[in-house]
Write a protein that binds this ligand. Structure first.
Ligand code: DHB
Ligand code: FE
Length: 286
């Protein structure tokens, strides 16, 4: 993997942010954007504002600081970066609340880079990739089951991931649409075997307002390497999750706080020297 190539495909924050905002508006919201009652809106808005007031008092926030925050909030919106910022700094807690009572496979955040309607693939498949796709080959196999161990026939795995430079197709002009994305349908036994490449860790673009905050606070901008999945089965609750890699950088210091020990893969070379791992998904009843 040449660093030269990394430099030539580095997208700008505005490019990524705008594409993420468009994807969200066009259906990436996924769980829908529901309407809340006036009482609920009032309670949430009041508490959010009360906590902001508390921070202002506690830290003696000055006028220049207040105006700097206002300027920054305007810029996040103009750059289209709200999906990036919110999914990194808020979604993990929404996910924890949403999945608190789930017994099957643990969930993780959706993030800003899901795109619906990707290529349909059979249970044994290779994800769409470029002829010269960089990265270490990886095979993920397993079974989708219910809580009692019953195989879920025709379960569907919607999978998307970054490439070996940490970039997602659909958000970077240099990568062909649909690259390293696919919708896999399992057979009667719920089993799958997916060939792909190992993704690289992901870094939030640093040249936009989110990046400006990170550098002003001297925080890092990294997420550990991960695969994104939505697993569905008729009569079962969908799970939105991510799989990580043992020993990978940033696994214990994810900027998005979205890792869980149950979601860490430990691939081992198979007889042909290809990294291979088994991971079974367990879905809760609907
Ligand atoms: C972000 C990017 C990701 O790839 C992800 O999984 C979660 C969040 C982000 O930039 O907000
Ligand atoms: Fe991601």
């Amino acid at each position: 993997m040449s660093t030269e190539q990394t430099e030539t495909v580095r997208p700008t924050a505005t490019m990524t942010g705008r594409a993420a905002t468009r994807a969200f508006r066009e259906g990436g919201a996924h769980e829908g954007t529901g309407r809340a009652s006036a009482a609920r809106v009032s309670a949430l808005a009041r508490d959010v504002l009360a906590r902001i007031h508390e921070v202002i008092r506690e830290h003696d926030v000055t006028y220049p600081e207040y105006q700097a925050v206002k300027q920054w909030l305007i810029e996040v919106g103009e750059a289209g970066e709200w999906p990036l910022f919110l999914d990194v700094f808020a979604e993990s807690v929404v996910e924890q609340v949403h999945n608190a009572r789930r017994e099957g496979t643990k969930g993780s955040i959706l993030g800003p880079y899901y795109l619906p309607g990707q290529r349909a693939l059979p249970a044994r498949c290779t994800l769409p990739m470029r002829a010269d796709e960089p990265g270490l080959p990886l095979i993920v196999e397993g079974q989708v089951r219910g809580l009692d161990g019953e195989p879920i026939a025709g379960a569907v795995l919607d999978l998307w991931q970054a490439d070996a430079h940490g970039y997602y197709s659909g958000f970077v002009p240099e990568i062909p649409d649909g690259n390293l994305r696919g919708v896999i349908t399992t057979g009667a036994d719920g089993r799958f075997e997916i060939r792909t490449i190992q993704p690289a860790p992901y870094e939030i673009p640093k040249d936009g307002p989110t990046g400006k905050l990170l550098s002003a606070a001297e925080w890092h901008a990294w997420r550990p390497a991960h695969l994104h999945l939505i697993v569905r089965g008729r009569g079962y609750r969908n799970i939105i999750t991510q799989l990580y890699f043992e020993g990978g950088s940033w696994l214990d210091d994810d900027v998005a706080s979205a890792t869980k020990p149950e979601l860490v893969l430990a691939p081992k070379p198979d007889a042909w020297g290809v990294q291979r791992v088994t991971y079974d998904f367990v879905l809760d009843p609907a």
